[in-house]
Design a protein around this ligand. Structure first.
Ligand code: AMP
Ligand code: TRP
Length: 335
């Protein structure tokens, strides 16, 4: 199914500017975004979702700084604004408008079943209703552009099902305006945190920041949890439960992956050596990315301009969809 005028499939994805950009974000999402940008087969929209980041406590000055830092990181990773539409969510106000309209075809029951809401609201004194509405805003992000493909990690699949239901409910009630989006999962759907206890996540403090200096990167990677039953090098490991092997599978060449599997299961290679090999592959991939990031960081005004251009491109499409929605829903004076 195509949604743009170019006849290409339209792809939309988003990332929150909260916390440092980590290897889970990179391997689970952004690396595949960059590959899609390089392939140039699709009409691509990538969004820094700042309005999602205000659903939990935050510092405004810090948020501004993180928006620019994350955008810089994304461009450095190959999300080239000349070849895709890269923009900041709150620069296109139609996202917020559509979220309100869609909130009225979204049942409370569906929202209360969302795992991420349960996790993020647990143990808090203050739970913003925005946190409850979070998936409605995410549905608005996607449906506004009539995107049919949404590259995400496994944790977002439930939100995407809700976006699909929302499109269906809206179309059923008001006529065919929206297309139903599908998730596109990367190979690394769930990178575990360095503690091995749960998913690597900005909110859990178990991350390995992608752009840590090489020394810090190595010392964190070196301490990462592996197969807990493997206490000595002479114990055979189980790569299927090892986070380091999961990363080898996305980052290392095919022959290296095979060698890693056999040397781990036959206890020929210890965990630290295995991490060293992984680090070398990471480092090789990161050298040009670090250079690009440094050059961009020296010129923040240029990054802001690129984001402004992205927002203008996005706004043109967003405004068209909003007009269709308002007409279908009978909103406004019609003038
Ligand atoms: P977030 O940082 O929650 O905005 O996530 C941005 C993107 O990275 C989403 O597509 C997530 O599914 C993906 N992501 C976040 N953490 C991980 C992880 N530990 N493993 C794989 N993908 C992840
Ligand atoms: N909720 C997503 C996350 O936490 C981020 C996001 C917001 C998103 N809007 C989106 C992802 C639209 C894909 C499409 O990772």
């Amino acid at each position: 199914m195509t949604s743009g005028t170019s006849g290409k499939s339209r792809v939309f994805s988003g990332i929150q500017p909260s916390g440092e950009f980590h290897i889970g974000n990179y391997l689970g999402a952004v690396r595949t975004w960059a590959q899609q940008v390089a392939d140039a087969h699709e009409d691509l929209f990538f969004c820094v979702v700042d309005a999602h980041a205000i659903t939990v406590d935050y510092d405004p000055a810090d948020l501004r700084q993180r928006i620019l830092a994350l955008s810089t990181d994304l461009i450095a990773c190959g999300v080239d604004p000349e070849r895709c539409t890269l923009f900041v969510q709150a620069d296109v106000r139609e996202h917020m408008e559509l979220a309100w309209y869609l909130a009225n075809v979204t049942p409370m029951g569906d929202l209360s079943r969302m795992t991420q809401f349960k996790e993020k609201s647990e143990g808090r004194d203050f739970i913003a209703s925005g946190l409850f509405q979070y998936p409605v805003l995410m549905a608005a992000d996607i449906l506004l552009y009539k995107a049919t493909i949404v590259p995400v990690g496994e944790d977002q699949v439930q939100h995407l099902e809700l976006a699909r239901d929302t499109a269906r409910r809206f179309n059923h009630r008001f006529g065919p305006v929206f297309l139903e989006p599908q998730p596109r999962l990367s190979k690394a759907t769930r990178i575990m945190g360095l503690d091995g206890q749960s998913k690597m996540s900005k909110s859990k403090g178990n991350t390995l920041p992608l752009f840590d200096p090489p020394d810090a990167f190595w010392s964190k990677l070196r301490s990462a949890f592996t197969d807990p039953k493997r206490l000595r090098k002479s114990d055979p490991g189980n790569p299927d439960i090892c986070n380091i092997y999961a990363m080898h599978q996305v980052l290392s060449p095919a022959d290296e992956i095979t060698r890693t599997f056999s040397e781990c299961t036959s206890a020929q290679r210890g965990c630290v050596d295995c991490k060293k090999v992984l680090f070398e592959h990471f480092d090789r991939e990161l050298i040009p990315l670090r250079q690009k990031r440094e050059a961009l960081a020296a010129n923040p005004q240029r990054v802001r301009e690129l984001l402004g251009d992205g927002a203008s491109k996005a706004r043109r499409i967003a405004q068209k969809t909003i007009q269709e929605v308002r007409d279908a829903m009978g909103l406004g004076s019609g003038g």
